[in-house]
Write a protein that binds this ligand. Structure first.
Ligand SMILES: C[S@@+](CC[C@H](N)C(=O)[O-])C[C@H]1O[C@@H](n2cnc3c(N)ncnc32)[C@H](O)[C@@H]1O
Length: 143
């Protein structure tokens, strides 16, 4: 029998749960939009971050990865939901850009230490225990 506390606290640990979440693309979910995060767009337009090598964790439908690729970034984007990655790949094809979308857990992404200029997360880490999030991102960015 499912433990209701665990279900409430950590449904997002489960790729199957997210596949169900992404099953209906027409649902009124804020991050089902095709627009990138406003803060990310601002940071680029204001020169606070420059185009470079980006790893996006939990990329969903690829809206930020696709935006970053259009800005000239070399993007690797990871998500463990098959449906999210399928949607992201479709959207990238339509947009004419080629971020590398990997369907895997962020804990299995195998990204060499120091190989990214930016690790971007929008809404993935807050589903995870803090220590797990820190371990994942800490050593990936170039010094
Ligand atoms: C709130 S959604 C945000 C999606 C996207 N970042 C956006 O802003 O549009 C969280 C995403 O993280 C993914 N996710 C959660 N835990 C994950 C894990 N351990 N490994 C890979 N992806 C994960 C989910 O499949 C989902 O697409």
């Amino acid at each position: 029998m499912p433990d209701p506390d665990r279900e409430l606290a950590w449904p997002a640990e489960d790729a199957g749960w997210w596949d169900g979440f992404f099953a209906d693309r027409a649902r009124p979910v804020p991050f089902f939009t095709i627009r990138p995060d406003e803060n990310l767009a601002e940071w680029l337009s204001e020169g606070l971050i420059a185009p470079g090598r980006v790893l996006e964790l939990g990329c969903g439908n690829g809206r930020n990865a696709i935006f970053l690729a259009r800005q000239g970034c070399d993007v690797t984007a990871v998500d463990f939901s098959e449906r999210a990655i399928a949607w992201a790949r479709e959207r990238a094809r339509q947009a004419g850009v080629r971020p590398e979308f990997r369907r895997c857990s962020i804990f299995a992404a195998q990204v060499p230490a120091g190989s990214c200029d930016l690790v971007y997360d929008a809404g993935c880490f807050h589903h995870l225990p803090r220590t797990a999030a820190r371990t994942t991102s800490g050593s990936l960015t170039a010094p």
